[in-house]
Structures are given as C-alpha cells and as structure tokens.
Write a protein of this length. Structure first.
Length: 170
C-alpha cells in the first residue's frame, strides 16, 4: 500500500529527473490518497498529455505499479476538457517540473462508476460519506461524460444507476 507521504517522495524523485515541465493529473485511488480521502492506494494512477507521456514514463522507476492514462481517457471514459481546471492544484510541495493536479471528487466517482468493481464501490462509499456530493450535479456531470464513453454505454448507465441507488437517498 502506498501512503501519501511515500507517493509525494516518489514524485519528488521523478521531479528531479524531468528535463521540462509537465502536468500530472492524479486520478482514482491516487487522487483520493492525495486528498486524504483514503490512507493509501495499491497503485499509482496519473493522466498526462500525449506530449508528456514518454517523458513521464521514462522518469518513473519500478517502485510502484503505475497506470498512465493519456489525454483525459481514464479506462474507457473521456473526461471533459474542464476536468483538470475543475480539479485541485496540489501546490507548495516544492516540485520544480511537475504541475500536480488532482481530479475533482465528482469526476473520481464517475471514473470509478465506469469500471465499478468492489474496490470502486468502497471508494465511492468513502467519497460520498466524506464530502457533500450534490446528486443532481453528479447526474449532470454523468450526462456530459456519457457521450464520449468508449465502452458499453448501457453498462456505464447501469453502473451509474447502481451508484445513485446505493449511495444517494431519494
């Protein structure tokens, strides 16, 4: 399990290897760990631009299992272009080359709903319990994302309906 402190120390090592500035967007359990919504994550998940993919990939070591997503595609879901600006900036860490952003919790819920395994269920329950998620806002965000979903739209709809029933009253 990878705690927040270990994750940040690992990123500092990567930051020292980079030759140019890059933006990393933490997603999934990595985002939740950095936002203190869970104590640790089992792997590291980042979204990077296509231009920064090789630079980041070549800078990482084998310390952790790393999943790199490109240009806003998280699993088979294309996030709207405003996901990074709507997320959180992780500042005051002392990175010189890494601009670290964290996916907004609402987008974390939706990316987890797209795959929706037992671990995703747990993470969604934790997020909904710890933060106030507006059900109508979440539904609207889902509608924005649904059209760009590359997987089975009906499965994503079913998963999302299950999330609403399990985690939101009314």
């Amino acid at each position: 399990m990878i705690a927040k402190k270990d994750l940040l120390n690992w990123l500092k090592k990567i930051d020292g290897k980079l030759k140019k500035n890059i933006t990393l967007i933490a997603v999934g359990g990595t985002a939740m760990t950095l936002l203190n919504f869970k104590e640790s994550t089992i792997d590291v998940d980042f979204d990077v631009s296509r231009d920064d993919y090789n630079l980041f990939k070549n800078a990482i070591d084998k310390t952790f299992r790393v999943d790199i997503f490109v240009d806003g595609y998280i699993f088979s879901e294309q996030l709207p272009e405003d996901s990074a600006p709507n997320g959180y900036d992780f500042k005051d860490i002392g990175f010189k080359k890494i601009n670290l952003k964290i996916l907004h919790p609402m987008d974390i819920i939706l990316t987890k709903a797209a795959r929706y395994n037992a671990r995703d269920e747990e993470d969604i329950a934790s997020l909904v319990k710890k933060i106030k998620v507006d059900k109508e806002e979440l539904k609207n965000r889902f509608k924005e994302i649904l059209g760009s979903y590359a997987g089975s739209e009906s499965i994503f709809r079913d998963n999302f309906e299950a999330v609403l029933k399990r985690h939101f009253k009314n």
